[in-house]
Design a protein around this ligand. Structure first.
Ligand code: NAD
Length: 478
């Protein structure tokens, strides 16, 4: 199978002479592609295409736009094997999980937003003699910038509501995993989208990415990635006063109370190493009631036996390699600094093989809560282990980092779960489960974990200009 590596603007491929190398984390000696390296001119061409296509796309009914989105969803479902194979080679996510869940979720994103946009019931109310209606208008050309982990799912999660709302889109995937989104553009052409409605540019963040977000034709920016880049993009958005959302990093607490189903909690805790821990929503800080810590630790260790490090194409593998040698070095750096700080490495703490990008599942007991390993996102298979004495301390520890993306609590006491949900600073809280997502629910983070909410109508509102339309019954007395 071959994947086009140029930009996709106005439904045409544009190959740059300037390129960057894309290698496979499964075997770093394997060069997958030379991918076009966009610049300010590329950004300008893509935005002009999106700008020109906007009036026509915005003028379609939600039903007409929905037909394009549904057609694209059908094509994704039909090409799920190719998309899964490409993304597996490109970023090393487990192929089976891509095939069965992640790519299918991409198709679902388009279907869900096609329906939601069509089912929109404008808010209407009467106050005294005035009839009020909220009108949702397409906002304009939208930039979607996504990170290297789960690039297909995360890109479709943002592009689908933007398109359904009537906006045109320029997508820039991350330079470490650019291929599955490129394949998506072949399907956009096959679905016969009007030229300029859905565009893609490839390249580096500080080059084409920075040019996109600073461009005066942009009306919305949706970013997923690190807090550092989120800040830079926020500054660019502020320059042009463009609304932006940012879904950023996480350092979720995973809290186990003594009254929990400990076997279930241990099994879910082991899941935090899936995808080599490169999951923003993961609960990477295990916080365990001191009275059951030994029992829970034993159950956790036995749950970990199901993990198999290996090639992500092999269905028996559960832990893939990390995305890139630079990222592996970053993860190693965190663990080395933790050791130097006097934190205790309980298990793991080293590469699996000298000649690959795998890192062993690692558990670290920090010297204290101020330790860097507790306070900063590692984005690898590294969890921390801490205990608490009571509910107050559990909530205090859960809230003790600058992040606030997700939190998990395991308890059989519904009232306690409710108190935890009210007390914890996080955009999503799961009780006795993990990663269940309802696409209509608001999604986003607090603090370092992000700005704004997407998901369901929250996303459609963000990608729209909301207007208030007021009609007064009496017209003579003012
Ligand atoms: P990153 O911030 O380095 O890059 C993300 C994207 O931003 C890339 O496409 C990159 O090219 C682009 N970029 C970089 N500098 C830019 C600039 N100046 N202007 C415009 N674009 C620029 O993040 P990453 O390393 O690719 O991804 C990992 C991070 O993403 C982690 O922190 C992870 O937690 C976070 N993440 C968050 C969510 C969420 O939903 N909250 C989901 C997935 C990943």
């Amino acid at each position: 199978m071959s994947v086009a590596t140029g930009h996709f603007i106005n439904n045409q491929r544009h190959d740059d002479t300037d390129t960057f190398e894309d290698r496979s984390p499964l075997d770093w000696s394997l060069k997958l592609a030379d991918v076009s390296r966009g610049n300010a001119e590329t950004a300008d061409a893509a935005l002009r295409a999106a700008h020109d296509a906007f009036p026509g796309w915005a003028a379609l009914t939600t039903h007409e736009r929905g037909r394009y989105l549904t057609r694209l969803a059908d094509l994704i479902d039909r090409h799920v094997d190719d998309l899964a194979r490409v993304e597996c080679l490109d970023m090393a996510m487990l192929e089976e999980s891509l095939r069965l869940r992640v790519i299918a979720r991409g198709a679902r994103n388009f279907r869900a937003y096609a329906e939601l946009a069509q089912n929109y019931v404008p808010r209407k109310w009467d106050s005294n003699t005035t009839h009020n209606t909220v009108l949702r208008m397409p906002a304009g050309p939208t930039i979607v910038i996504t990170p290297w982990n789960a690039p297909f799912m995360l890109s479709t999660w943002k592009c689908a509501p933007a398109l359904a709302a009537g906006n045109t889109v320029v997508l820039k995937p991350a330079e470490w995993s650019p291929l599955s989104c490129s394949l998506l553009m072949d399907l956009v052409a096959e679905a016969d989208f009007p030229p300029g409605v859905f565009n893609l540019v490839q390249g580096f963040g500080n080059e084409v990415g920075a040019a996109l977000v600073a461009h005066p034709l942009v009306r919305r920016i949706s970013f997923t990635g690190s807090p550092e880049t989120g800040r830079t993009i926020g500054v660019a958005a502020a320059q042009n006063l463009v609304p932006f959302t940012a879904e950023l990093g996480g350092k979720g607490p995973f809290v186990v109370f003594a009254d929990a189903d400990l076997a279930l909690a241990a099994e879910r805790a082991a899941v935090m190493y899936d995808d080599a821990g490169q999951v923003c929503l993961a609960g990477t800080r295990l916080l365990v009631d001191a009275t059951i810590k030994d029992e829970f630790f034993e159950l956790f260790q036995s749950a970990l036996r199901r993990h198999v490090l290996g090639d992500s194409r092999d269905p028996t593998t559960t832990i893939s390699p990390l995305i890139h040698p630079t990222h592996l070095a970053r993860v190693e750096g965190f663990v080395e600094r933790a050791r130097a700080n006097g934190d205790r490495v309980i298990f793991g703490g080293k590469r699996w093989k000298e000649n690959g990008l795998w890192y062993e599942p690692t558990l670290i007991e920090p010297r204290d809560n101020a330790a860097e390993i507790v306070q900063r996102e590692v984005f690898g298979p590294v969890l921390t282990w801490q205990t608490f004495r009571d509910e107050h301390e559990a909530i205090d520890l859960a809230n003790s980092t600058a992040y606030g993306l997700s939190a998990m609590v395991f308890t059989r006491d519904d009232a306690r779960a409710q108190r935890f949900a009210l007390g914890v600073r996080a955009g999503t809280i799961w009780a006795n489960c993990f990663l269940i997502r309802d696409l209509t629910a608001p999604f986003g983070g607090i603090g370092l974990s992000g700005v704004g909410r997407e998901g369901g109508d929250y996303a459609l509102d963000f990608y729209s200009d909301l207007k208030t339309f007021q009609v007064k019954e009496e017209t003579t007395n003012g």
